[in-house]
Design a protein around this ligand. Structure first.
Ligand SMILES: Cc1cc2nc3c(=O)[nH]c(=O)nc-3n(C[C@H](O)[C@H](O)[C@H](O)COP(=O)(O)OP(=O)(O)OC[C@H]3O[C@@H](n4cnc5c(N)ncnc54)[C@H](O)[C@@H]3O)c2cc1C
Length: 269
């Protein structure tokens, strides 16, 4: 459980981090809260030669309103999302999701940018962002591009981030007063979802039902066409491809997707 040797450099700001990424290229990895990267390094599943620490980089943390969206800096911690009056008012689904990540220690170190860039299909914030129809901003020396959450997650622990790009901000539509639902099935309080479901605005997202957070489109379409919650939820596992592990086989995950989808639909009805 000892990582391979690495060099460490702290970025002063977002632009400094992007400059350091350009300098060190493929050898470097960004370090945010370290709660996913450091375990991977200790298991030698990752062995970057250089860590670029953005944890204290100026200008990368914070939550502001920009018209109809909240703009959340990449190094905003889960605990700050969960307790932010702005997020609780304008995107309560996201605040709730953040409040369920791990335990207090993890929520005080882990960041939204780190969670999204890590792209664990069982994680809370990727599913929440897909449900909310949010997007991310990716910045490189060439400029900033914006990509919607569903296109950002491209495979198992794989995103659309290109070499040299830093995830700098997350954009979330403001939905004050809109009903939402959130369910996470776990064996222990600080675990990742065995299966998760989130719903808002007629959109339903699922965690751990495939290599990326998925939309339950058949259930969404049935509900839009007037099906009951139970009938719509019965379609929740259509089009999914859940894996199997010690916690659940495929059939159990499909069952959980149907049950949790019915619950989140009841929460928004
Ligand atoms: C015991 C335990 C329980 C947990 N439980 C949960 C849970 O219930 N739900 C859940 O969702 N998560 C859970 N997590 C994961 C936690 O949310 C992590 O904090 C999060 O996944 C990673 O965020 P981080 O800031 O720590 O990122 P890091 O570990 O620092 O980085 C993760 C990856 O993202 C890259 N990265 C980080 N920031 C950026 C950026 N701005 N731009 C580009 N790349 C970047 C890094 O290079 C690395 O590859 C748990 C973790 C632990 C250790």
């Amino acid at each position: 459980m000892i990582p391979a040797p690495f060099d460490y450099v702290a970025a002063d700001s977002g632009p400094h981090a992007i400059e350091l990424l350009a300098t060190h290229g493929d050898d470097a990895k960004v370090l945010a809260g370290g709660h996913s990267l450091l375990p991977m390094m200790k298991l030698r599943l990752a062995a970057p030669a250089v860590l670029i620490d953005i944890g204290r980089a100026a200008g990368l943390a914070g939550i502001v309103v920009d018209g109809e969206e909240l703009v959340i800096g990449a190094t905003t911690r889960h605990a700050d999302l969960a307790s932010s009056a702005l997020v609780r008012a304008d995107a309560p689904l996201l605040a709730h999701a953040a409040s369920l990540v791990g335990d207090p220690q993890i929520r005080h170190r882990g960041t939204i940018g780190g969670s999204l860039a890590h792209a664990d299909p069982a994680a809370d914030l990727p599913m929440a962002l897909v449900a909310l129809g949010g997007s991310v901003e990716l910045t490189s020396p060439e400029g900033t591009r914006r990509i919607v959450a569903e296109d950002f997650f491209v495979g198992y622990f794989e995103t659309a981030l290109q070499d040299g790009e830093l995830l700098t901000a997350v954009r979330v539509p403001r939905r004050p007063g809109v009903r939402w639902g959130y369910e996470k099935f776990v064996r222990r309080a600080n675990d990742w979802a065995i299966v998760g479901a989130a719903a808002i605005d007629g959109r339903i997202a699922l965690a751990n039902m495939g290599p990326v957070p998925l939309r339950a489109r058949a259930a969404e379409q049935a509900r839009a066409a007037g099906a009951t919650n139970a009938d719509a939820a019965a379609l929740a596992a259509q089009g999914t491809s859940p894996g199997e592990d010690i916690h659940a086989d495929r059939a159990f995950r499909e069952h959980l997707a149907r049950v949790l989808t019915r619950r989140v639909l009841e929460q928004i009805s």
